[in-house]
Design a protein around this ligand. Structure first.
Ligand code: MG
Ligand code: MG
Length: 281
């Protein structure tokens, strides 16, 4: 068994078809981010994302997951991923992670961000949550930067792990979730290969033009053990400590890499890391 599977690599024409769903995913997440405030329900955020995607000529791809009926996943505080939007009201101090994907003409985007709602009444908690989100975001960009020069895909996970090495708050080390990983993306939202958020040894796919991956570190302010709630979807930390989640879909092509789910291809965030993304030719 190996990773010689030609289907891991898209043609230049296929890569071009992934630009629109990527940008539409970015637009939906941007709209949700602007709307996150105390008093808003996660179901209202879901409706905003769905409207942006449908108005842009796409379809919410999370709805294609059997048994899932929403556009976003909204995971708050100790929830890591796969939180179902509903009547939950955002309150000051919440750490909100939003995951979303758009499909256009059968091709998919997938991305996520975390944000902390300001709360002057609990400054330490807010600072801790912000530090967790920032460290997770930094690790995502470190992983994306690594992809730009990687020979093997597992260099991405090593870069994410290295980025989070020593990350902590108040003496408690942050933990990298291992039970969930990133993934290839294309005609389906979830494809081979898995993209680990930590160092793994052994065979790993070649990084070469045509590879498109969703890189998505999930990081906690404590342990990495998790469980699924009674709703059969929401994944939460066992220790009740917070979790953050950041994700982008990234294409490798003949002239470099391009972050499909960032409006600028990742240029601004990658500049400090010495990586200049190149538009898909
Ligand atoms: Mg996602
Ligand atoms: Mg994903």
């Amino acid at each position: 068994m190996g990773f010689g599977n030609k289907k891991l690599y898209k043609s230049p024409a296929e890569l071009r078809l992934m630009v629109r769903p990527g940008l539409l995913t970015a637009a939906a997440l941007s709209a949700v981010r602007s709307a996150i405030a105390p008093g808003v329900t996660t179901m209202q955020l879901d409706a905003i994302a769905e409207a942006v995607i449908r108005d842009g000529g796409g379809a919410p791809n999370f709805m294609k997951e059997p048994g899932y009926f929403h556009t976003i996943c909204s995971s708050v505080n100790d929830e890591i991923v796969h939180g179902i939007p509903g009547a939950r009201v955002i309150v000051p101090g919440d750490l909100v992670s939003i995951d979303c994907g758009a499909e256009v003409h059968g091709w998919n985007g997938d991305a996520a961000f975390s944000v902390v709602v300001p709360d002057p009444a609990q400054q330490v908690r807010v600072a801790q949550r912000q530090q967790l989100s920032d460290a997770t975001e930094c690790s995502l960009w470190a992983g994306i930067a690594a992809l730009a020069s990687a020979r093997k895909l597992n260099e991405v996970g090593a870069a994410i792990e290295d980025s989070l090495d020593g990350a902590e708050f108040g003496g408690v080390r942050f933990g990298i979730i291992e039970d969930y990983t990133g993934h290839g993306i294309g005609r389906s939202m979830h494809e081979d290969p898995p993209v680990f958020n930590y160092r793994v040894r052994g065979a790993s796919p070649d990084v070469r033009p045509g590879l498109v991956v969703a890189i998505e570190p999930m990081v906690t302010s404590g342990g990495i053990e998790s469980h699924v709630l009674a709703d059969d979807w929401t994944v939460a930390t066992d220790d009740g400590l917070d979790a953050a989640h950041w994700e982008h879909s990234v294409a490798v092509h003949s002239e470099g890499i391009w972050v499909l789910t960032a409006a600028d291809g990742g240029a601004e965030a990658l500049a400090p890391l010495g990586v200049v993304p190149a538009p898909i030719p």
